[in-house]
Design a protein around this ligand. Structure first.
Ligand code: SF4
Length: 193
């Protein structure tokens, strides 16, 4: 598998914010968002077994597969190896549905269709057992189309880079639309990976 990095930190976004988590960042993405804040192109080739050995050096229960876009690689064997000891979440742009997503404990879908007209989300991802939808709000105009999203899952607005002005707008939007929640990038606020 093409592994950009494996690191241990606290989850910084969404419903699991603050939980100790081992992150496996897989290389490559099928989109090129202008606001992308991750360098994910470099990688080392590792087998699923080698990744599992590295992950099991840490005491945390939760593992997050992230990227880039982790569904570009076949993670089925890695999930099988990690499952006895770990809960596994995955962060995806939602454009690719793969059967092994059904094995995960949490799938975070962050649609990018506002920024890429062709970045269609495969609706099947919203039928997975536990899903949170996390929308990056880059400018005030992103809010109106985002708030029309009505799938039955946990819903998060995430101001880009914790921008104070966008954050204020998100707070007001959530007060009017209380099915939504705020996701700040906690790791950036406290300067951890
Ligand atoms: S989908 Fe995510 S990882 Fe891919 S380019 Fe966009 S922000 Fe970056």
């Amino acid at each position: 598998m093409k592994v950009n990095e494996i690191f241990y930190s606290l989850a910084g976004e969404g419903v699991r914010t603050g939980q100790a988590t081992i992150f496996i960042r897989l290389a490559g993405c099928n989109l090129h968002c202008w606001f992308c804040d991750t360098i994910h192109d470099n990688y080392n080739e590792m087998t699923a077994e080698e990744i599992a050995v590295e992950v099991n050096k840490y005491p945390a229960e939760w593992v997050t597969l992230t990227g880039g876009e982790p569904t570009l690689q076949d993670c089925a064997k890695l999930i099988k190896l990690l499952k006895p000891r770990h809960k596994i979440s995955l962060e995806t742009n939602g454009t690719r549905y793969v059967p092994w997503l059904e094995k995960l404990d949490l799938v975070t879908v962050s649609p990018k269709n506002l920024f890429h007209p062709k970045a269609h989300v495969d609706e099947r991802v919203f039928s997975l057992p536990v899903v949170e939808a996390k929308f990056v709000i880059t400018r005030p105009e992103d809010l109106e189309p985002t708030l029309k999203f009505d799938k039955n899952c946990m819903l998060f607005l995430q101001p880009m880079n914790n921008d104070p002005h966008i954050t204020k707008l998100c707070v007001e939007a959530i007060k009017t639309n209380p099915q939504w929640r705020l996701s700040l990038q906690m790791h950036k606020l406290i300067n951890i990976p």
